[in-house]
Design a protein around this ligand. Structure first.
Ligand code: CP
Ligand code: NVA
Length: 310
């Protein structure tokens, strides 16, 4: 086993396929132990500082509960309360927090800001969502697929919707796990080309096929997994009305899902908007595993925390 102790967790592209697989194995072990109610005080006496510039239900609760279950402690830090909100430099924040806590988790729009924080921090920094990546989510998504399709060879995922942070992380996850990812977005809402190229380069190691199209049916054709996300991410609320029109042909509904394999899984990182990016028939139907997926945020993050900190 290679140790990832002390590392940052920023994009998933910064981890090898073996390291990603090891995190998934650790998550499955921790999940099994949690179900048996056996105590895992792997992080006894350790603290996680959690900086949330944007709203969160799943990420906040699962990180906080995860630290408690591992015997440690989590602090919720709002930039409104931190001096960073009044202009204290990121470098000083990183250096000072590193003297108190054992890891820093951050959710903020700017990915560059997270990289700057990580560059100055002396403890691991975990990306809990930026405008570019959502690696904790993608790890939980891989875990969910592995559990629901344990014996299947190669998986094909179709991601339909906005070429956003979640789409980028699914490309990274596919590249690392050997899962094909077909992205379908409206014209003008494609994924970042530089991130796509980096993922394609990484995919050479695992043989994953990553592709992009503006045709949702083409992407969903023969898919094992259909994934979608909100049409207007946090920070893009002002574009909501304009996006509704452009994205309507990209709604995941039963007609679109009919192109996938009959036993396809439906995934959504949540929060979801029924009647917009997905219909109730699909998200609340028999192929949907959204609540298992949300639960797996807890187990995947415990694996990240345990691996980086113990
Ligand atoms: N999927 C996700 O990250 O959810 P939250 O925004 O509620 O944390
Ligand atoms: N793409 C969404 C994900 C939320 C978890 C956003 O950035 O708002």
């Amino acid at each position: 086993k290679t140790s990832i102790k002390g590392r940052d967790f920023l994009t998933l592209l910064d981890y090898t396929p073996e390291e990603v697989n090891q995190l998934l194995e650790t998550a499955m072990q921790l999940k099994a132990r949690a179900k048996e109610k056996s105590i895992q005080p792997l992080l006894s006496g350790k603290s996680l500082g959690m900086i949330f510039e944007n709203s969160s239900t799943r990420t906040r609760v699962s990180f906080e509960v995860g630290m408690t279950q591992l015997g440690g402690h989590a602090l919720f830090l709002s930039p409104k309360d931190l001096q960073i909100g009044r202009g204290e430099p990121i470098m000083d924040t990183a250096k000072v927090l590193s003297r108190y806590v054992d890891a820093i988790m951050i959710r903020t729009n700017s990915h560059e800001m997270v990289e700057e924080l990580a560059a100055h921090a002396d403890v691991p920094v975990i990306n809990a969502l930026t405008d570019a990546f959502h690696p904790c989510q993608a790890l939980a998504d891989l875990l969910t697929i592995k559990e629901h399709k344990p014996n299947q060879g190669k998986i094909k995922m179709a991601y339909v919707g906005d070429g956003n942070n979640v789409a980028h992380s699914l490309l990274a996850a596919g590249a690392k796990a050997g899962m094909d990812v077909a992205i379908a977005t409206p014209e003008g809402y494609e994924v970042n080309q530089d991130i796509f190229n980096q993922a394609v380069e990484a995919a050479k190691e695992t043989g994953a096929i990553l592709s992009q199209t503006n045709d949702p049916a083409y992407a969903v054709n023969d898919a094992d997994v259909i994934y979608t996300d909100v049409w207007a991410s946090m920070g893009y609320e002002a574009e909501q009305a304009a996006r509704m029109e452009v994205f309507t042909p990209f709604q995941v509904n039963e007609a679109l899902a009919a192109y996938a394999k009959p036993d396809y899984l439906f995934l959504h990182c949540l929060p979801a908007h029924r009647g917009e990016e997905v219909t109730s028939e699909v998200i609340d139907g028999g192929n949907s595993v959204i609540y298992d997926q949300a639960e797996n945020r807890l187990h995947a993050q415990k694996a990240i925390l345990a691996s980086l900190l113990s």
